[in-house]
Design a binder for this molecule. Structure first.
Ligand code: NG1
Length: 413
């Protein structure tokens, strides 16, 4: 049983919390690895949450405990995240560094979660949204919900992964019974009702999807590969660039999907920046300050093919949901998985196996969800079939697997 955050706070600090916030995890139904290209996504918030109990402290210190991690945190506001050893301490420090605590103030925090960590269900983003909301209340910062979601996204980038911002928006603004289509260029959100008789199941591949180390590098390599592709396509199409090139800048143009096939299989950022006469930083700069080797070739054509085709699948998925066509949605989920496996190269044999088991057990379609390289898969099915899918997934990969219900976000107004 997960303890309540208020109980954990009382047990740890022998005091009452001043505020308790909670934020849900999310499942991305489709639109994978599109958000950092400013292309649409279609996630929903789930019925499992991370909660934070907080109280201001009359000393410049952050003291935090988490039910999920054994080592408590204790550091001064302003400590650079990289100086802390525990990854979750770095996330806290990154969030605190973006906020302005009242002079001389600190905070005590107790964190509990119903979300499996390193799963692709956004446990880290749920923590960041709940945390920024808790510190906002504890320190009286008067941040708007938009500002809280934005700060939570910037925190993730400081902590290392050059994320696009899907997770924080859906965690903040989702609505029960609905999917949330998020557009970035220009920014827009649309709640789409889930047709009656549809259900969703998530299932672990049995492999963690960690945020640090090699997985973060693999994620950031994809960010850079898509920027190289966007720069080359913009050049072929005569689209002027004013900063970081994104596939979203060229996605609506008819010729783009044809020109994708003319892109190089791989290319090194430095050579491309030089030949196009653009600053290398436009291709390689990451918010965390981490650097990828600019002379190491990254895949270009397959990454662009995935991202541009995935953006089209998001549009088609919205139409399938709006016309209550579960079979059509299922085909799109399957096609998304194949594209992530073959072109984006972020699936694993364990993810492929759990996806196959979900389909065999009667899913309309299934795919990996989140960044991949391990973590969870999501399946859509007719209501009533959830337990068959859950059993098949547990038999194939060991679980956990469970049905998820589209739920309200943390900051819905
Ligand atoms: P996960 O791995 O579920 O946290 C990550 C990014 C998203 C998005 C997906 C891939 C973070 C916090 N989130 O999700 O923004 O890019 O990968 O679609 O890094």
């Amino acid at each position: 049983m997960t303890p309540s955050p208020a109980d954990l706070f009382r047990q740890t600090f022998a005091a009452e919390p001043a505020v308790v916030t909670a934020a849900p995890g999310r499942v991305n139904l489709i639109g994978e690895h599109t958000d950092y290209s400013a292309l649409p996504v279609l996630p929903f918030a789930i019925d499992r949450r991370t909660a934070v109990a907080a109280a201001p402290l009359d000393a410049p210190r952050i003291e935090a405990v988490s039910e999920a991690f054994p080592v408590p945190a204790s550091f001064r506001p302003g400590t650079p995240p990289a100086e802390l050893l525990e990854p979750w301490h770095r996330y806290l420090a990154a969030a605190v560094s973006l906020l302005e605590p009242p002079p001389g103030a600190g905070a005590r925090l107790a964190i509990t979660s119903q979300l499996p960590p390193a799963s692709g269900l956004s446990s880290s983003s749920a923590l960041m949204v709940a945390l920024v909301a808790a510190l906002n209340a504890a320190w009286g910062l008067a941040l708007t919900p938009e500002a809280i979601a934005d700060l939570a996204a910037r925190t993730e980038r400081l902590a290392g992964a050059e994320t696009g911002g899907m997770d924080q928006q859906v965690i903040a603004f989702a609505r029960a019974g609905h999917l949330l289509r998020i557009d970035f260029l220009p920014p827009a959100r649309r709640h789409i009702p889930v047709p009656p008789g549809w259900a969703f199941v998530v299932a672990s591949s049995g492999q963690p999807a960690p945020k640090g180390g090699a997985a973060r590098e693999a994620y950031n390599q994809r960010v850079v590969g898509t920027r190289v592709a966007a720069a080359l396509l913009a050049d072929m199409l005569g689209v002027g660039l004013e900063g970081t090139p994104l596939l979203g800048h060229v996605a609506g143009i008819d010729a783009a999907p044809v020109l994708v096939e003319e892109l190089p299989e791989r290319a090194a950022p430095r050579g491309i920046a030089r030949s196009l006469g653009i600053p290398l930083e436009w291709l390689t700069a990451l918010s965390s300050g981490a650097a990828l080797d600019p002379d190491a070739p990254v895949p270009v054509r397959p990454f662009a093919r995935h991202v541009l085709s995935e953006a089209d699948r998001v549009d088609a998925a919205c139409r399938a949901v709006e016309s209550a066509d579960l079979a059509a949605l299922g085909r799109l989920l399957d096609a998304s998985h194949a594209s992530l496996r073959d072109d984006y190269r972020c699936s694993t044999p364990a993810l492929d196996a759990v996806v196959a088991a979900l389909r065999k057990a009667g899913a309309a379609g299934a795919r990996l969800t989140g960044a991949g390289f391990g973590g969870f898969a999501v399946a859509a099915c007719e209501s009533g079939r959830e337990s068959a899918l859950v059993e098949a997934a547990i038999a194939a990969a060991g679980g956990p697997a469970f049905p998820v219900t589209p739920s309200d976000g943390a900051l819905l107004e």
